[in-house]
Structure formats: structure tokens, C-alpha cells
Design a binder for this molecule. Sequence first.
Ligand code: UD1
Ligand code: UDP
Length: 375
Amino acid sequence: MRIKNLIIFGTRPEAIKMAPLVKEFLKHSDRFETKVCITAQHREMLDQVLSFFEIIPDFDLNLMKPNQNLYTLTSDIIVNLKPVIESFKPDYVFVHGDTTTTMAASIASFYSGAKICHVEAGLRTFNMKSPFPEEMNRTVTGAVADIHFSPTKTSQQNLINENKNQDKIAVTGNTVIDALLYSVDKVNSNNFIDDEVDSLKSILEIDKRLILVTGHRRENHGQGFINICNALKRIAIENNDVQIIYPVHLNPNVQKPVYDLLGDVKNIKLIAPLSYPAFVWLMSKSYIIITDSGGVQEEAPSLGKPVLVMRDTTERPEAVEAGTVILVGTNSDKIVFEANNLLNNKEIYTLTSKLHNPYGDGTSCKKIVEFISNL
Ligand code: UD1
Ligand code: UDP
């Protein structure tokens, strides 16, 4: 009898980080029957990833609603997963990270009695309000999970401190590096043709240093985004030799302030969210990255790019300790100060752009499949 796996995800970052795991399990179809269920908490941004990694979901709950709220999203996921889990009857359910899909899918799976495997387990800021609601989501998921795949020793230790069974925690690195390396290879291959990369080439000003920006965190909505936009405007105005490119997240709470405040600044280009290979290509061309994203904090050190993180806390201390990630919060003055510091001080820039891989070497998915195979 083959082991039945159900891999559930819903948003762009979960899809990027679960895609290589889906592919790895599918390579071992003699031992595993693996099905993919998407909640589609995100729609367009999720579909971009599925199309690049050529994944066709077995179940698509199609749940995204414009400007959705946490209450209905959570209950819709739990209610709509019931028939999927009851019909497929998985032995193992794999969830990833800390989104509402992660937490709600864990609860639904817990009700069904399936064993829950948490990928990217044990990340903590120890502050339930930051990031919100992600710290709660991953803590709840950790509480009901049977097996924890931790990206680093630090995240493993967090789980040990919570008295989780050590035999059920594996340190695997982060699957995002598997996805990143797969994409870098594809993007660099001779036959890679991508319309988005072509149109990026047409807007990139090669005589200018590129600052790449992303942002979406719920706790930054409102005043946080106003501060961020004001800081970006000042950086653009004070540095003529800089071009800022900002693929704007589709959340209306992000779109509105960003387009209102930055829509007409000369050296800032606001563009639609990029497909993963195009974004990886743009990261590789950038001088500095400014972001509040979790995934980008993990990818950038592997590409040797300094990152200013617009958050007060991070659950990813490894790159901060190594000096390639600097926490700047959403204080405009601090963001402008640290950006100018990197732009104007070559020595600091060189120290901050060290290439290193605290989040793995691209073999995380192999390790996860091996761990499950040996149970
Ligand atoms: C979600 C996750 C966050 C994760 C982020 C990754 C929660 C509570 N938040 O935040 O942890 O870091 O995804 O990006 O789980 N939208 C679209 N099309 C899309 C995606 C989003 O139009 O493809 C718009 C919709 O109006 C949607 C809104 O964005 O209602 C918010 O989406 P939601 O998933 O609730 O929140 P995010 O801010 O994307
Ligand atoms: N990303 C992408 N296109 C973009 C911006 C980001 O493919 O236009 C990728 C990025 O490389 C990273 C992931 O999306 O792997 C991060 O997603 P996001 O910032 O939305 O979520 P988080 O990681 O903060 O949960």
C-alpha cells in the first residue's frame, strides 16, 4: 500500500516553498500517492507560481475574495477542506509556514486524524502581535503537528524549548532554497525565454543602481505603509543614480497607498507582482533589497544581496546575525538612513553583501522525503 500524502497550500510564498516538495514526492510515486490541494487564499499570485513549476492541483477550493477578512477565510478553509480530507483519507497532510491556510488546514487535518507535517516549523518572534497573525498561525500549527521540519538549528531549538518530541523534529534547511536554485538554473539556461524578463530589461536603467522593493505585512497597513512610501520617495529624490522598482502586492490595503503616494515619482517604477523566475532575475540585478517579506529575507543572502527589512521583529535571526539583513522597522528616517548608508559607503556595502546560505543548500525536500520514508 502506498502512503497517501495531501499537500495543502494557499498563498504565493507557500506555493514557492512547497512546489519543490511536490516534485520530490512525485519522483517517488512507487511509494507515495501524493495529491495537491490549494485553498487559493491567493488567486493570481498563486496561479503564477503553479504555472512556472507546472503543478496542476488535484483540488482547488478557489476561496479568495476581494479584501477578504480573517474570520471568513479561516472558517471557509476549514469547512471546505472537510470533504477533500474525508474523500482522499491522507496518511500525512503537509502544511507550510504561517498563513491562515496553514493554521486552518492544520485544524481541519487534526479533526480528521491524519498526521500533520509542518514544513518551515519552529520560527518564532515570541510576539503574538508581530507578525500578525502569522506568529499565532505557526504556534497553533506547531501545537497540532506530529512532525516538524525546521529550516535551521535555531528553529529546532525553539520547538525543543516548547517540549516537542525531539525525534519528530528534523533540521532540513528551507525548501525556498530548493526553489531558488531550481529557478536560477532555469533562468540562466540558454533556452529560457520569458516575456516578463524581456519587459523588465526594457525598463531597467543600466547606469543606475537598482533598489528592489516589496511589502505587504498586515501590521504595516495604514501608517506603516505611508511611512514606507515617504521613505522610498526621499531615497529616490536624494539619489539620482538610483532606480527603485516595486512589484506591488495585490492586497488593496497595499495597492492604494503605494499607487497614491508613489505613482508619479520619476525614478520609481511600480509594476504588477512578478512571476517567480522574473522576480529571481530582478533580485539578481539589484543593489539593495528593501522588503517586509519573509521569503525574500531567506533568498537574498544566497544571492549576496543586502536587505533592509521593514519590520520591528524577525523570526529569521540567522541573516541578521550574519549582518546581511538589517531590521529598519517602518520609521521613515531609519529606512532612509540605512539605505543611504549602503548606497554611499562602499565598505559597509561590501560587508553587508556577503554571500552565504544560512537557510540551506537546496536539498531540503530530499531530506523531508527521506525522513518520511524512514518512519
Ligand atoms: C497573506 C498571508 C501572509 C503572507 C502573504 C504572502 C495571512 C493572514 N496572510 O497575506 O502571511 O505573508 O499572504 O503574500 O494568511 N489579492 C489578490 N490576488 C492575489 C492575492 C491577494 O487580489 O493573488 C488581494 C485580495 O483582495 C485578497 C487580499 O489581497 O483578499 C488579501 O489577501 P490575504 O491572503 O488575505 O492577505 P495577504 O496580505 O496577501
Ligand atoms: N516574489 C515573487 N514575485 C514578486 C515578489 C515576490 O515571486 O513580485 C516571491 C519572492 O521571491 C519570495 C516570495 O514571493 O519567494 C515571498 O512572498 P511574499 O513576500 O508575498 O510572502 P512572505 O514570504 O512574506 O510570506
